[in-house]
Design a protein around this ligand. Structure first.
Ligand code: NDP
Length: 449
């Protein structure tokens, strides 16, 4: 069988075993598409069924979460933890609270996390979890009661040397604080069982900034490879959450002009550029007041709000999708490229649909997939774990240098496995293979387990 036939047979089996889990199929296909040609001359990887084992999570646990709202009504949600693979270290990956969360979404995220964590060079396995709980419109007390109930169940499966969750969509410092407090209350133990913690109780400097900054460093490194830079470039960003605001901040520091930001209701376009002062306004609006991005146009009246649309229709040179999965389709990719977009670095996980990725590759624009581009967050989470174990706190400058070095190393690994010619690097292929190699080698060393 050719590599292509083996890939098709593998995907057929995967779909049969995981019916209807569209996002999971998509994430596995992305990796398998690069890995099958790479292992064509490596029979051991086939005999040992490495890809089959990687695409079957070590375990998926689901549990009931009961909590009472402010009116005294009993509410019921579902929670999950997907522990995909711990060949190279304890499971590590965020928790997502959003109405769209289901088993397929968390399996895709945990699978992708396995390769991302491998790319960081740190000893971290891959996992992901969350709930279909919707934090929008809930009071702080409701969120607290939900988080306490969630952690009561989750704690059966996690631990500082077993599985160390962090934040993701809908889970920020407030939620991490409530969950950490509950774990400490239940176990009488103060250990680093979560990352993204507040600085007062074992958090790390620059953890909040790390994913967004890293995504921009990756764009910077791809441009540098072509003797270019971000200076003066126009940038479209989607999202206005943790990843998006710090991606915008780093773009400004590197001299780029940020034109757009968005939330799940629409996007704002500011032709004059979102400068530092405007960005502070957005941070406060979205992350402190938890309001809608539309309010930006009330303060900055020249900006335009586009309801129910995504920012990819705005002409830009660089696009940074930083909100959620499948937020950029082929039609939008074509609009971006036709408008002169030369580079995409993914802050969100799997934001680009497969046929849109195909188009970026056909057009040979700079394209860095999420598993590499947004690995800065988990890298600094890994360093938060080290600081917790050693009972020390690193200085900001040390952490900034380390983040820069880790992102640069990831770029180099992706370039190594993705270089097609002197002028084109297929970073998609490079990231998938570079992420796979370390995990596969560890699995082969363990024998059949
Ligand atoms: P936040 O919850 O802080 O922000 C998410 C942003 O995306 C919000 O602006 C939100 O809008 C918007 N959004 C969420 N869902 C949708 C949707 N279905 N359609 C359109 N917009 C949507 O999350 P993060 O910034 O932490 O995460 C963003 C992405 O980055 C996710 O894909 C996450 O997995 C990924 N990521 C995050 C890391 C981190 O360190 N935080 C690390 C690596 C990856 P609204 O306010 O309307 O909900």
């Amino acid at each position: 069988m050719s590599a292509e036939e083996k890939l098709q047979a593998f995907m057929e089996g995967l779909k049969k075993r995981n019916p209807g889990q569209r996002e999971f199929h998509q994430a596995v296909y992305e990796v398998a598409k690069s890995v099958f040609p790479y292992i064509e001359d490596k029979p051991l990887h086939h005999e040992q069924r490495v890809m089959e084992r990687l695409a079957e999570p070590d375990r998926v646990v689901s549990f009931r979460i009961c909590w009472d709202d402010d009116k005294g009504n009993i509410r019921v949600n579902r929670g999950w933890r997907v522990q995909n693979n711990n060949a190279i270290g304890p499971y590590k990956g965020g928790l997502r609270f959003h109405t769209s969360v289901n088993e397929s979404v968390l399996k895709f995220l945990a699978f992708e996390q396995t390769f991302k964590n491998s790319l960081t060079g740190l000893p971290l396995g891959g996992g992901k979890g969350g709930s279909n709980f919707n934090p929008h419109g809930k009071s702080d007390n409701e969120v607290m009661r939900f988080c306490q109930s969630f952690m009561t169940e989750l704690s059966h499966y996690t631990g500082a040397n077993i599985d160390i969750p962090a934040g993701d969509i809908g889970v920020g410092p407030r939620e991490i604080g409530y969950m950490f407090g509950q774990y400490k209350r239940m176990t009488h133990e103060f250990t680093g069982i979560l990352t993204g913690k507040g600085m007062e109780f074992g958090g790390s400097l620059i953890r909040a900034e790390a994913t967004g900054y890293g995504t921009v460093y990756m764009m910077h490194d791809m441009l540098q490879e072509k003797n270019d830079s971000l200076e003066g470039k126009t940038v479209s960003i989607s999202g206005a959450g943790n990843v998006a605001v710090y991606a915008a901040e780093k773009c400004l520091q590197l001299g780029a002009k940020v034109l757009t930001m968005s939330d799940s209701n629409g996007f704002i376009y500011d032709e004059d550029g979102i400068d530092e002062e405007k960005l502070e306004y957005i941070k406060n609006l979205k992350m402190v007041k938890r309001k809608r991005i539309e309010e930006y146009t009330g303060k900055y009246t020249k900006a335009i709000y586009n309801s129910d649309k995504r920012p990819w229709i705005v002409p830009c040179q660089i696009a940074l999708p930083c909100s959620t999965q499948n937020e950029l389709n082929r039609e939008e990719a074509a609009v971006l490229v036709n408008n002169g977009c030369m580079g995409v670095s993914e802050g969100a996980n799997m934001p680009t649909e497969q046929n849109a990725i195909d188009l970026f590759q056909e057009q040979k624009i700079l394209y860095m997939p999420s598993k590499a581009a947004n690995a800065g967050g988990v890298a600094i989470s890994g360093i938060e774990m080290s600081q917790n174990s050693a009972r020390i706190s690193w200085k900001e400058e040390e952490l900034q240098d380390l983040l820069r070095t880790i992102m640069h190393d990831i770029h180099q690994k992706c370039a190594h496995y993705g270089r097609e010619s002197d002028t084109y690097i297929d970073y998609f292929k490079g990231a998938n293979i570079a992420g796979y190699v370390k995990v596969a080698d560890a699995m082969l060393a363990f024998g059949v387990v």
